[in-house]
Design a binder for this molecule. Structure first.
Ligand SMILES: *[C@@H]1O[C@H](CO)[C@@H](O)[C@H](O)[C@H]1NC(C)=O
Ligand SMILES: *[C@@H]1O[C@H](CO)[C@@H](O)[C@H](O)[C@H]1NC(C)=O
Ligand SMILES: *[C@@H]1O[C@H](CO)[C@@H](O)[C@H](O)[C@H]1NC(C)=O
Length: 347
C-alpha cells in the first residue's frame, strides 16, 4: 500500500519534470498569460503599485510564486494538502514573514513572568474523538490582521470569545484593537508586536478588568494609538489563564476538548503562506513565529488526524480562513511546534 502510494508519487514527479521540459518551448507564450494573470490578480485583490518599476518587481515575485505553487500542486500525490495563489502572491516569503508573523519566541521574551501554572484538565480521561467549537457556536467569523504583527492578540481573543460563549451562552466578537494597541508592556508597540504571545494578552485583559467588544472598539491597523474605552463597556472578563503542559499533544487535546486554546506555531514557510486546503503535514520547523487558535480536532476522511486551527489572515487563505494541521505526529513538539506553547483563559 505504502509502496504503491510512493510509486504513484514518483511517477507524478516524473510527469511534472517531463511537462516542464516541454514547457520550455512555450515559455514566451506563458510569459504573456502570466502577466495577464498578474493583472487579473491585482484586480481581484485591489492591488495598486506606486510605479511601473514596482509593478515589474512584484510581477517577478508573483511569477516565482505561481511557478512554486503550480509545481507543488502538480506533484499532488506526495502531500495531502494543496497550495493556491492567494492574496499574498506578490510577496516573497521573507516579506510575508516580516509583515505578518508577529511573534518571535526568544528565550528572554516573556513579559508575563509565569513559567508554570496549574493545568485543570490534567486528570481528564474522557475526551471525544472529535470536536468542532464552531458547531457549538463558540467561534466568531475569521478576522484579517492585515500587514500587522499582532497575531498574538487575535489568538488570545478567539480563545477568550470561546470561553465566554461556553460559560455565558453569548458569542460576542471582542476587541483585538484594545489589546494590540493598549498593551504597553512590550518592547515593540502595536503592529510590531514581535515579543508577545497570547499570555501577554490574557494578562492585559486581567489588568484591564475585562475587554470591550469589537463593535465598540473595532480593528483598524492604521490607527495605532490606544483609544481606551471605559470599563463600563466591557463585555467579557476572565479570571486568569493556564498553560497547557508543553510538548504533549495529549494535553493539548484534553484542553481543546473543553475550550478553544491559543497556540504558537511556525508559520514562516512558503507552504504555509500559500496553503489552501487539506491536512497540512509540513514543511515547517519549530521556530514559533505566529499565534493562532485551536478550535477543534478530528480525523480526515482517510483517517489522518488533524487540529482545526483558526487563523487571522482573512477567508481567502486556507479553508475559508482555517487550516487543518496534522495531529499525533512523532515529534513531541507537534507539527510546526503546535504543542510547544499553548494557553487558555479561565472564566
Ligand atoms: C491519507 O492521508 C495521508 C496524509 O498524511 C497521506 O499521506 C496518504 O496518502 C492518504 N492515504 C490515502 C489512502 O489516500
Ligand atoms: C489530579 O490527580 C492527582 C492525584 O489524584 C491530584 O493530586 C491532582 O490534584 C489532580 N489534578 C487536578 C488538576 O485536579
Ligand atoms: C490603512 O490605510 C491604507 C492606506 O491608506 C488603506 O489602503 C487601508 O484600507 C487602511 N486599512 C484600514 C484597516 O483602515
Amino acid at each position: 500500500m505504502a509502496l504503491n502510494w510512493q510509486r504513484q508519487c514518483i511517477s507524478a514527479v516524473l510527469l511534472v519534470l517531463a511537462l516542464s521540459a516541454s514547457q520550455v518551448t512555450s515559455r514566451k507564450l506563458q510569459q504573456v498569460s502570466l502577466s495577464e494573470r498578474h493583472e487579473q490578480w491585482m484586480f481581484k485583490y485591489g492591488k495598486v503599485y506606486e510605479n511601473d518599476q514596482e509593478k515589474d518587481r512584484r510581477f517577478e515575485i508573483f511569477k516565482n510564486n505561481v511557478e512554486f505553487i503550480e509545481s507543488f500542486n502538480a506533484a499532488g500525490n506526495c502531500k495531502p494538502y494543496k497550495l493556491s495563489i492567494n492574496e499574498f502572491a506578490d510577496q516573497t516569503n521573507d516579506e510575508f514573514k516580516s509583515l505578518r508573523n508577529g511573534y518571535r519566541r526568544v528565550s528572554s521574551r516573556l513579559i508575563s513572568s509565569r513559567t508554570e501554572t496549574s493545568f485543570r484538565f490534567e486528570n481528564v480521561s474522557d475526551v471525544p474523538a472529535a470536536i468542532d467549537w464552531r458547531k457549538k457556536g463558540a467561534v466568531t467569523p475569521i478576522n484579517n490582521q492585515g500587514p500587522c504583527g499582532n497575531s498574538w492578540a487575535f489568538s488570545a481573543v478567539a480563545a477568550t470569545e470561546g470561553i465566554t460563549q461556553i460559560t455565558t451562552g453569548k458569542l460576542i466578537a471582542l476587541s483585538v484593537q484594545e489589546i494590540a494597541f493598549c498593551e504597553t508592556k512590550g518592547e515593540h508597540q502595536g503592529c510590531q508586536g514581535s515579543d508577545r504571545n497570547a499570555e501577554d494578552a490574557f494578562e492585559f485583559i486581567l489588568r484591564n478588568h475585562g475587554i470591550n467588544s469589537e463593535a465598540n472598539y473595532p480593528y483598524n491597523a492604521n490607527e495605532t494609538t490606544c483609544n481606551k474605552k471605559e470599563e463600563a463597556f466591557h463585555v467579557a472578563k476572565i479570571s486568569g489563564y493556564e498553560k497547557v503542559p508543553a510538548n504533549s499533544e495529549l494535553a493539548l487535546m484534553k484542553a481543546v476538548a473543553h475550550q478553544p486554546v491559543s497556540v504558537s506555531i511556525d508559520a514562516g514557510g512558503s507552504d504555509f503562506q500559500f496553503y489552501s486546503g487539506g491536512v497540512f503535514t509540513g514543511d515547517c520547523g519549530t521556530v514559533l513565529d505566529h499565534g493562532a487558535t485551536v478550535v477543534g480536532y478530528g480525523a480526515a476522511g482517510n483517517g489522518t488526524k488533524y487540529w482545526l486551527v483558526k487563523n487571522s489572515w482573512g477567508t481567502s487563505w486556507g479553508e475559508q480562513g482555517y487550516i487543518r494541521m496534522q495531529r499525533d505526529v512523532d515529534a513531541k513538539e507537534g507539527i510546526c511546534g503546535i504543542a510547544m506553547d499553548s494557553s487558555y483563559p479561565t472564566a
